[in-house]
Write a protein that binds this ligand. Structure first.
Ligand code: AOS
Ligand code: ZN
Ligand code: ZN
Ligand code: ZN
Length: 391
C-alpha cells in the first residue's frame, strides 16, 4: 500500500524530457550512432510519447530551436499534429546561441554589436515560437565566455548580456518565463559569462519578474552544495526549474541518480520543505546525453528514478525532523532524514502505477513492447550515416 504522502507526491510529479536526449549525441571525441535513435522531430515526439505512455509522468518534451526546427522556423500545425498523435506536448523552448560560426567569440556578449543583435533576434524568434506553441518557458543556456585571461572584458560583457536579457524579457507575455541557466565552464575554459547562480540570479532580477534561474545539476564545481543553492533560490522566489542529470566529474550528462541518488533526494527534500506556493511553477526537466545507454531505456530509467527519489523525499517526516533540528538532536535528525532515503519505495511506486493503469515496470514493458527494435528497423539506415569521427 502506498502511503498518502507518497501517492500525493507521485500524482503531482511531472518531469520534462529533452528532444535531444533521443537523438544521436555524444562527446567532443565523437558519437556512437544507435540504430534506434530519433532522426526527426516526429521520431522525437514518438519516443517522448512512448516514455510518457510507460511512466505517466512526462507529458511534455523540451524542444531545441535549431535542432528541431529547420532554420529556426517552427511548423506549428505540424507540431500540433505530432502532439495529438503522440500524446505529449511541446514544453520548454531552447534557443541555440552556441553553434553558429559567428558565435566563436560569444553570442549575447560578443564584442561585435551586429552579432549581439543576431543573438537577440534569435532569442526573440524563440520567444515567438514559444508563444505560437503555447510554451511557458524559454530556457536560455549561454555558452559564452573566453579561454584566456585578459582577452575579453568580463565587465563589458556583463553589460551587453544585461541589455539583451532586458529586451528579451520585454518580449515575453505575462504567462511566459525566461529561464537563465548557469555553468562554470565548457565550452569556455577560462571564464564563462554566466558561471554560477549568483550571476544568473542577478541577470534574472535585472531582466524582470518573469526571469528565473535554472539549475542544471551538472553545472557546479565538484563538492558544491546544490540543495543549499536550491533553498536560497526558493527563499528569494527565483527558482525557475532544473535540468536533471548526474555526473562524476563535470557536466557528464549521465542518467539522474546514477552516481549520487542521495543528492537528488536532498534537492527534492528542499523543494518539498518549501511552501507549496513557492514551488508550484518549478519546472523539472531532464537534460542528458545518452552516448552509451539506449536512448529510450535511459530516458525511461531516468523518469522512473526521478519518481522514486521524489517519492522517497516525500516520506521524510518533516514535522519530527523540524523538532529534532530545533533540539540539535544531530544523530536523531540525520537518522530521521536517512530513514526516508533508505526506504525502498519501489513496491509502493509499483502499486501507484497499477492504481493509475500504468505498467508496473516501465522498463520491462518497454523491453516487452519491442519498441526499440521496431525503431531500429525503421531508423537504422538513417542512423548508419550519422556516425562522426573526430579526425
Ligand atoms: C549545456 O551544458 C546545458 O546543459 C544546456 O542546457 C543543454 O545541454 C543544451 O541547452 C542543449 O541545448
Ligand atoms: Zn587529452
Ligand atoms: Zn542544461
Ligand atoms: Zn549541461
Amino acid at each position: 500500500m502506498a502511503s498518502q504522502a507518497l501517492t500525493t507526491a507521485l500524482d503531482g510529479f511531472r518531469i520534462e524530457v529533452p528532444s535531444w536526449g533521443f537523438a544521436n549525441t555524444g562527446t567532443r571525441f565523437g558519437k556512437f550512432a544507435q540504430a534506434a535513435a530519433a532522426t526527426s522531430i516526429e521520431e522525437k515526439f514518438a519516443d517522448a510519447g512512448q516514455v510518457h505512455a510507460l511512466t505517466g509522468a512526462s507529458p511534455t518534451v523540451a524542444l531545441h530551436v535549431l535542432w528541431d526546427m529547420p532554420n529556426g522556423v517552427a511548423d506549428v500545425p505540424k507540431i500540433r499534429e505530432l502532439e495529438q498523435r503522440y500524446g505529449v506536448k511541446a514544453g520548454s523552448i531552447n534557443p541555440n546561441l552556441f553553434q553558429a560560426q559567428e558565435y566563436k567569440f560569444g553570442s549575447m556578449s560578443n564584442p561585435d554589436p551586429a552579432i549581439r543583435r543576431h543573438a537577440l533576434d534569435h532569442l526573440l524568434e524563440s520567444i515567438e515560437i514559444a508563444k505560437a506553441l503555447g510554451s511557458r518557458d524559454i530556457s536560455i543556456w549561454d555558452a559564452d565566455g573566453s579561454n584566456y585571461p585578459g582577452t575579453q572584458s568580463i565587465k563589458r560583457r556583463i553589460e551587453w548580456l544585461e541589455e539583451i536579457l532586458v529586451t528579451a524579457h520585454e518580449a515575453t507575455s505575462e504567462d511566459q518565463r525566461l529561464l537563465i541557466e548557469y555553468k562554470p565552464f565548457e565550452p569556455a575554459f577560462y571564464h564563462t559569462d554566466i558561471a554560477d547562480w549568483g550571476m544568473a540570479l542577478h541577470l534574472a532580477r535585472k531582466a524582470g519578474p518573469r526571469a528565473k534561474v535554472l539549475v542544471d545539476t551538472g553545472h557546479h564545481a565538484l563538492g558544491t552544495n546544490i540543495e543549499q543553492i536550491v533553498a536560497w533560490l526558493l527563499h528569494v522566489d527565483a527558482l525557475g526549474g532544473f535540468h536533471f542529470n548526474d555526473r562524476k566529474y563535470a557536466d557528464d550528462d549521465l542518467t539522474i541518480g546514477s552516481i549520487d541518488p542521495y543528492q537528488v533526494f536532498r534537492i527534492f527534500h528542499e523543494i518539498l520543505s518549501a511552501p507549496a506556493a513557492a514551488t508550484e511553477g518549478v519546472a523539472y526537466m531532464i537534460d542528458q546525453s545518452h552516448n552509451l545507454k539506449g536512448k529510450m531505456e535511459a530516458m525511461v530509467q531516468s523518469v522512473v528514478t526521478a519518481q522514486e527519489l521524489f517519492a522517497r523525499a516525500a516520506l521524510v517526516d518533516r514535522a519530527t525532523l523540524a523538532t529534532l533540528q530545533d533540539n540539535c538532536a544531530l544523530v536523531e535528525a540525520e537518522e530521521c532524514f536517512r530513514d526516508a532515503f533508505w526506504t525502498d519505495v519501489r513496491p509502493a511506486v509499483k502499486a501507484w502505477r497499477e492504481d493509475r493503469g500504468l505498467p508496473a515496470s516501465p522498463l520491462l514493458s518497454l523491453k516487452e513492447s519491442g519498441y526499440v527494435e521496431k525503431a531500429a528497423a525503421a531508423r537504422g539506415a538513417k542512423n548508419a550515416g550519422s556516425v562522426s569521427s573526430y579526425a
